[in-house]
Design a protein around this ligand. Structure first.
Ligand code: DQA
Length: 175
C-alpha cells in the first residue's frame, strides 16, 4: 500500500520498504519448451526463454516478482501450483494440451485459491473442435488467446490489476 499525494490510499502490488513484492507464478504446460521451433506458423518464433525474460522484465517495471515454470508432466504442474499456495498472489497459466483434459490442474487451481488467468498463444476456437474445451475456463478470472507471446504480457498486466484490486479490498476491510 502507498499513500497518494492527495492523501488517498493506493494499493500497489510492488515492493515497499516494508513488504516484499507480490509474486505472480507463470506456468507453461507440455511442449511449450519447444516454442520457436514447434509449428511456428501457429505458435510463432519466440522461444520460451525469451517469453520468460520479457515477463521478468515487465514484472520489474510493474513492481512484481515473476516466477516461471514449465513442465511436460501433469503431476509436476499440480505440485507447482500447490507450492504457490499462500505464496503467490496470482497465477498465469497456459496448460497447453492439458487445457483440454486435466481435471487435476483445475482442482489444484481451485484448491489453492489463486486468482488465475488462462493464456493460449493461438486462438483455440479457430482450430480443431477438441481444442474448444477447457477444463479451467470456468474457474479462471479471464482468458487471453490468439495474441501469441504477447498474450503472456497482457496476462501479467491483468494479474497486477487483480492483485491491486485485492489489496484495495483488503485495506477496505473486505474479503
Ligand atoms: C496452446 C493450445 C493447445 O491446444 C495446444 O495443445 C498447445 C498450446 C496455445 O498456447 O495455443 O500446446 O495452449
Amino acid at each position: 500500500m502507498s499513500t497518494t499525494e492527495k492523501g488517498g490510499v493506493q494499493a500497489d502490488a510492488g515492493a515497499s520498504a516494508s513488504s516484499p513484492p507480490a509474486t505472480v507464478l507463470v506456468i507453461h504446460g507440455p511442449n511449450l519448451n519447444l516454442l520457436g521451433h514447434r509449428e511456428p506458423e501457429i505458435y510463432g518464433r519466440t522461444r520460451l526463454a525469451d517469453i520468460d525474460r520479457s515477463l521478468k522484465q515487465l514484472g520489474r517495471e510493474l513492481g512484481i516478482k515473476v516466477d516461471t515454470f514449465q513442465s511436460n508432466s501433469e503431476g509436476a504442474i499440480v505440485d507447482r501450483i500447490q507450492r504457490a499456495r499462500g505464496r503467490a498472489r496470482a497465477l498465469v497459466i497456459n496448460p497447453a494440451a492439458y487445457t483440454h483434459t486435466s481435471v487435476a490442474i483445475r482442482d489444484a487451481i481451485t484448491a489453492c485459491d489463486l486468482p488465475a488467468i488462462e493464456v493460449h498463444l493461438s486462438n483455440v476456437y479457430s482450430r480443431e473442435p477438441f481444442r474448444h474445451q477447457s477444463t479451467i475456463a470456468g474457474i479462471v478470472v479471464g482468458r487471453i488467446m490468439g495474441f501469441g507471446a504477447e498474450g503472456y504480457l497482457l496476462a501479467l498486466r491483468a494479474a497486477k490489476r487483480l492483485i491491486d484490486i485485492g489489496a484495495q479490498r483488503a485495506a477496505a476491510g473486505g474479503a
